[in-house]
Design a protein around this ligand. Structure first.
Ligand code: UDP
Length: 253
């Protein structure tokens, strides 16, 4: 069956456990693979940002993050089975990483947050191999420095928390480069299998900098409302949800 596109953006119908299996396979297979956690804000942004839309078309896996995406899929007659939230995927993958001894790198968020998130996760998932943690910056001019840091760490799994679209563009620009030796040929390339995932505000949730909605609200599909109330500055971004809903209704008429 043709992949599902919501307002032109591909969303893959995977459950959490299938998404984890795919990542495990990518790492075993070798090569560089990119995963995105697509929510309505991504889709609306991609509609006016052709570069972002192209990145999301080339990713290996676009997991359905956000109840809005599930609602839209139902409305378009192609229901998705499960929501796969970025922060949940990150934690599930850390659990698997601790068993397989994958080296995991945490890139992004505010200064010091990636380190704290990595430490929290290493405590929760005993045996997790933290290859490194670095705030860096999402600006192309800083890519060289960031690549040097990551190369030295040699991760198999790379979580990038710059928010969309910066994190997904960062991965599209740099993931393959991480697999080739640097210009000096000095640093070894990372191991053959490398998976990069844009995880938005996940490090902020892990460190408690931002609180996640109570489980009951998450179950009711109201996590977005909780985030809006806690971070009113997001209202402009959340307005994208309204435009998203209207556009989907028009598409599905
Ligand atoms: N962030 C960053 N650099 C920036 C902008 C954002 O590191 O220039 C980080 C920010 O600290 C946060 C993450 O990106 O940890 C994602 O933020 P946001 O809440 O916007 O992401 P969402 O979960 O909504 O995609």
């Amino acid at each position: 069956m043709a992949p599902l596109h919501i307002l032109g953006i591909r969303v893959d119908d995977v459950t959490m456990s299938e998404a984890c299996d795919r990542v495990t396979r990518y790492i075993a297979e070798g090569g560089a693979h990119q995963v995105a956690t697509v929510n309505p804000e991504f889709i609306m942004r991609a509609r006016r940002d052709v570069e972002f839309a192209a990145v999301l078309e080339r990713t290996d896996l676009n997991v359905p993050d956000g109840v809005g995406v599930l609602w839209a899929a139902r409305r378009l007659g192609r229901p998705l089975r499960e929501r796969v939230a970025g922060v949940d995927l990150l934690q599930q993958l850390c659990a698997i990483a601790s068993q397989y001894k994958w080296r995991v790198f945490f890139l992004g968020a505010r200064e010091g947050v990636a380190e704290r998130a990595a430490a929290n996760l290493a405590f929760k998932y005993q045996g997790l191999v933290v290859a490194g943690a670095y705030a860096g910056s999402s600006l192309p001019k800083d890519d060289r420095d960031t690549l040097a840091v990551i190369r030295r760490a040699r991760p198999s799994l790379l979580f990038v928390a710059y928010g969309a679209p910066a994190q997904d563009k960062w991965l599209a620009r740099n993931l393959l480069l991480l697999q080739s030796p640097d210009e000096a040929g000095a640093a070894k390339p990372v191991p053959p299998g490398l998976v990069g995932i844009g995880v938005g505000g996940a490090f902020d949730f892990i460190t408690g900098l931002q609180k996640r909605a109570p489980m009951q609200l998450q179950r009711l599909g109201l996590e977005w409302l909780y985030r809006l109330l806690r971070q009113p500055s997001r209202w402009r971004r959340q307005f994208a949800l309204v435009r998203f809903a209207l556009s989907v209704m028009l598409q599905s008429k």
